[in-house]
Design a protein around this ligand. Structure first.
Ligand code: HEC
Ligand code: HEC
Ligand code: HEC
Ligand code: HEC
Length: 510
């Protein structure tokens, strides 16, 4: 398993300056990048006239429609604008997303899952790795030809199927159209941070039809641990990052962007996970008939298993039994001994965000989140109860996101978040590596937001330096040891050391 790939993204320093390096990279897997470029030029032609057929099902036109030098295929000499295609094809892993389905891990996954097709032909995988349609769940139709699949996760996977907007978007009046008018043509408003986070979460958390469950993990899929601010910072930007900052600043040069994106990303990721939870609860087969009888795993769908281990803290099951046991010493918080710790990755810091919008108190014992967590801790959770609690929680999250979106965050508000998170982070870190890592990611993003919004472009203040030093220490405790894809020695000791650093951060903020 190759968690280290994903894992590194979380801990990479955010490349916020947005300097684009045009290094050619080679994936080392078939088909090679150069072949893909050649194939694209041969096979894909812009389908601008499809806009004239409004009632035709929306579909992808392919990157061939975007890559011309005078459209999005510039050479990057004048910054990212106009060179979006070049940045994507040369630096963005999304362009490789289809080719990885030919690699050794994917081939073995297909074998272990007993797929009736190789990974690069399985809708199960293509829905996220090469979704060439909108909705993406029909790769087996004529638009899903090999040349289209080679695009991997391409422009339209994020910006929306272009069959209806390709033509209009090059006309002079496009800029005057409202986001709603554009959305009617299938163009997604990714300027809006909730929409943007949801676009990413659809694949990086999953949604009905796009599901990395524990079967896929056990077969070798890297763990999906998505956190919006880290992934956004680590995606090679083919847009001007300063635009984002300017749109979210109370005044020029002072931007709350990183903090806002972090908060909205928390809400959107959790919302996506709940969508998947509801879907799993609705579609699970009590008797596991499908799973047991099928000699082969269907390559066109994910089998709903209940409860789904992928939603539970991995290291609750995957760990060595130590004596004396630090887990027994720590206790199980609100769970019974041996109960499942559900939602350890996406939910520990969420209550702080929701509370700050005044929408609900998710920390209280009778909140939708508390009820859900209690139900999911049982070995066979009641599906109806889960669905109703999950839906209630989704409504709270959506409402919070809309409130946040319309707000201009102030330095005081962001500082209050940081303080709140440093407190919640303490108990989250005691409970699991997931909680500790989310705490670190959250504090890193909020601290960046706080630094930006106070407009300190000079040398960081003494306070800020202290916080950075503590964050760096926390990070070093979280890294997996060499050769491990899990926190082999994340015991009460690092948790205690992390707590001490969190306390320091809290004290600095006083
Ligand atoms: C819900 C969407 C989703 C589905 C379904 C899915 N994947 Fe992935 N896959 C991802 C994402 C997202 C990543 C990147 C993970 C990261 O870096 O955080 C990824 C990464 C991978 C990687 C590692 C790539 C690398 O650069 O090392 C392999 C291999 C892979 N997937 C194979 C598969 C196969 C085979 C299937 C089908 C059996 C599949 N995936 C199904 C979303 C998905
Ligand atoms: C993984 C998702 C993703 C993919 C793939 C992707 N984009 Fe983007 N794109 C974004 C995000 C996020 C932004 C920043 C938000 C914004 O400006 O709307 C953006 C911004 C842009 C912008 C700037 C819009 C503006 O008004 O400043 C253009 C143009 C663009 N993308 C074109 C492309 C093209 C062309 C491709 C394919 C070669 C592509 N994108 C692939 C996510 C993606
Ligand atoms: C259609 C599905 C899809 C969407 C939408 C999507 N991604 Fe991805 N993303 C993937 C897959 C699949 C990979 C793995 C590609 C590979 O390893 O070759 C990936 C890889 C990445 C990576 C590299 C991870 C690593 O381990 O190096 C980053 C960063 C990333 N995505 C960020 C984003 C962001 C930010 C957004 C939203 C703006 C987004 N993605 C939207 C499917 C998607
Ligand atoms: C409720 C217990 C449980 C949880 C939670 C759980 N797993 Fe597993 N996992 C298992 C069992 C049982 C096996 C099969 C082990 C065997 O056959 O040796 C397994 C196997 C695996 C394997 C293959 C065996 C190996 O050592 O490489 C991987 C990888 C894996 N799980 C990853 C994960 C990830 C990632 C998560 C969290 C998202 C997770 N698991 C959560 C019980 C669990």
């Amino acid at each position: 398993m190759r968690w280290n790939v994903t894992f590194r993204v979380l801990f990479m320093a955010a490349a916020l300056a947005g300097v684009v390096v045009f290094a050619r990279k080679s994936s080392g897997v078939e088909p090679a990048t150069s072949d893909r470029v050649a194939l694209r030029t041969l096979d894909d032609s812009p389908a601008a006239d499809s806009a004239a057929v409004p009632d035709r099902a929306r579909h992808f036109v392919g990157v061939g429609g975007c890559s011309a030098a005078n459209c999005h295929g510039g050479d990057g000499t004048r910054g990212p604008v106009g060179s979006e295609y070049s940045i994507w094809i040369q630096n963005d892993k999304h362009a490789e997303a289809f080719s990885v389905l030919y690699n050794e891990t994917s081939q073995r996954m297909a074998k272990l899952l007993k797929l009736d097709k190789p990974a690069h032909q399985a809708t199960l995988c293509l829905n996220c790795h090469a979704p060439q349609n909108d909705p993406p769940f029909s790769n087996e139709n004529p638009h899903g030809s090999l040349s289209a699949l080679l695009d991997g996760v391409s422009c339209e996977a994020c910006h929306g199927a272009a069959s209806e907007w390709l033509g209009p978007h090059v006309r002079h009046d496009w800029a005057k159209k409202s986001p709603e008018d554009k959305a009617r043509l299938g163009f997604r408003d990714t300027k809006n941070l909730w929409n943007r986070s949801k676009v990413c979460a659809d694949c990086h958390v999953g949604e009905p039809g796009r599901d990395v469950n524990h079967d896929l993990y056990a077969a070798g899929h890297p763990r999906l641990f998505f956190e919006m601010s880290a992934f956004h910072a680590n995606m090679p930007a083919h847009w001007d990052r300063n635009d984002d900052r300017q749109r979210t600043g109370p005044e020029r040069g002072k931007s709350s962007f990183e903090a806002k994106l972090w908060a909205i990303g928390q809400l959107a990721s959790a919302e996506a996970a709940l969508d998947l939870l509801v879907h799993r609860a609705d579609n699970a087969r009590d008797d596991f008939v499908l799973r047991d009888k099928a000699a082969k795993y269907p390559s066109g769908e994910t089998v709903a298993v209940w409860p789904e281990f992928a939603e539970t803290g991995c290291f609750a099951c995957h760990h060595n039994l130590d004596s004396p046991s630090w887990r027994q010493k720590r206790g199980y918080a609100s769970r019974n001994a041996g109960g499942y710790p559900w939602g350890t990755w996406l939910f520990p810091i969420l209550p702080t965000v929701v509370e700050s919008t005044g929408t609900a108190d998710l920390g209280s014992a009778d909140s939708a989140l508390s009820k859900l967590t209690r139900e999911m801790a049982r070995s066979y959770p009641n599906r109806n109860a889960v669905v109703s609690n999950a839906k209630e929680l989704q409504a709270v999250l959506t409402q919070s996101a809309h409130k946040l979106d319309s707000q201009q965050l102030t330095a005081d508000q962001i500082a209050a978040w940081m303080k709140g998170v440093s407190v919640v982070a303490n108990s989250a870190s005691q409970q699991s590596w997931d909680g500790a890592t989310q705490s670190w990611l959250s504090l890193t993003a909020i601290h960046q937001g706080l630094t930006d919004v106070t407009g300190s472009t000079e040398k960081p203040s003494a306070k800020s330096q202290q916080i950075n030093a503590s964050l760096e220490k926390i990070r070093s405790h979280l890294e997996f040891p060499t050769g491990f894809d899990s926190p082999e020695n994340f015991s009460s000791d690092p948790a205690t050391a992390i707590s001490a650093e969190l306390q320091k951060i809290h004290d600095v903020l006083e």
